[in-house]
Design a protein around this ligand. Sequence first.
Ligand code: NAD
Length: 511
Amino acid sequence: MSRTEIPGSDVLGPQALAAARRCGVEVDAVTGEAAHRSPVNGASLGGVRWSSPAEVDTAVTRAHEAFLAWRRTPAPARGAVVKRFGELLTQHKADLGELISLEVGKITSEALGEVQEMIDICDFAVGLSRQLYGRTTVSERPGHRLMETWHPLGVVGVISAFNFPAAVWSWNTAIALVCGDAVIWKPSEQAPLTAWSCAALLDRALVEHGAPPAVSQVVVGGPEIGEELVDHSGVALVSATGSTRMGRTVGPRVANRFGRSLLELDGNNAAIVAPSADLDLTLRGVVFAAAGTAGQRCTTMRRVIAHRSIAGQLTERLAAAYARLPIGNPMAEGTLVGPLVHGAAYEAMTKAISRAESEGGRVVAGGERVLAEAAEQAFYVQPTILTMPDQTEVVRSETFAPLLYVMTYDEFDEAIALNNAVPQGLSSSVFTSDQAEAELFVSAEGSDCGIVNVNIGTSGAEIGGAFGGEKETGGGRESGSDAWRAYMRRATNTINYSGELPLAQGVDFSV
Ligand code: NAD
């Protein structure tokens, strides 16, 4: 099913600029030459001005100066700024949702969900601002005490991907700010207005609380602007979200200057569907995770590993559900599948389908471009299911589009092995009513991913847990739990109150 109401080329730009203005962006100051297109209709949203390398350098200097003051601000007072930021996000939820839909093509409920996630992480960070705990431990020496203290790192560079154009920055920023760091954001080149709008709201919160505004800054541009942050010795931590291709460059370059990096990269997420699974629930879980966000989440389900006894029935039901998916204008009521981000994403999808077919796959649902007449420069596709004889090469790589490969297994161990036999390690799930299978899947012998779910899809994580994945996903953890530690440095302190100077390990060094 497809929906044809694709807006004309002249409406979206003014709509986007109006939403950005309402968030406090001085639109004239950010207007420039760089092309900026909406995936909704492929038309220009208006040109934007990209930052220069010199401006990145200035931003780092200003951020460092602001950090020196910010680190002296008590953490709960830093939390108060984040609390205000969360309130402003709540007030401007609709504006930001609209910008996210316009710039990256998310359907309205998912765009609003992304903003809600930002509000949630602010709540979390406010609580955290009173809980930056260190540990104490016993000393082997009399009259001594050992303790750990946590201190802010300095300037954090955040490089983010198009598909979460705001939330990923907020996961990093809300936490980094309460930890006492300054943040420079290099957003996706696809979503500068969303970025400036988020930053304008944070600026307002900082100014209202008398905090140094330069603790939050935005630099805009392509990979070369990201690389300025990557190579800058003044950036203590580079938190980069995007493709493994990007991470392969960023990781070694930051390591080469002994900086820290936090990488959130490709996912190739699978669900194992056992014979005991509740198929109604499984169906809903798989369709949202595989077709939602037009397959453009890092946690999108890309593989189903179904027990041979139910694979046929499951595939048939999935294909029927896919045929009912409303595809079209992401801001129209009822749409569930919006556009791909750009033509290159469409090309990657068609290539992957051809390759899968050459590796023995068979398309059982979708596979076609739709609405091409209504929006020649926009790329709407039917989410696609392919049955695969095996986990072939194309299945082992991430194609950032709504492509779901269905494979079969006979023994549960074989299913776990298939789940793990890909280079990426982000998210995974099992649908089963067999408790032993569920426990095995989440055990050390089970899934090797950073996110391991039972009876729920691979996408849609909550902010309370640490988010991230293993292997080529990069190993970073962001958001909840103790992910805050990545934004701080740890000092181990030994306090001697004995009046003597006994040496550790009984060493005698008397002179
Ligand atoms: P991308 O790698 O093309 O770009 C991501 C960001 O990195 C952009 O801001 C880009 O300008 C910047 N960049 C690219 N090369 C760079 C370089 N050499 N140095 C510095 N910066 C550089 O990714 P994308 O197309 O925007 O997003 C889709 C990808 O992101 C998918 O692979 C998806 O799985 C991944 N992703 C991962 C997570 C996660 O948490 N694991 C979350 C969201 C997206």
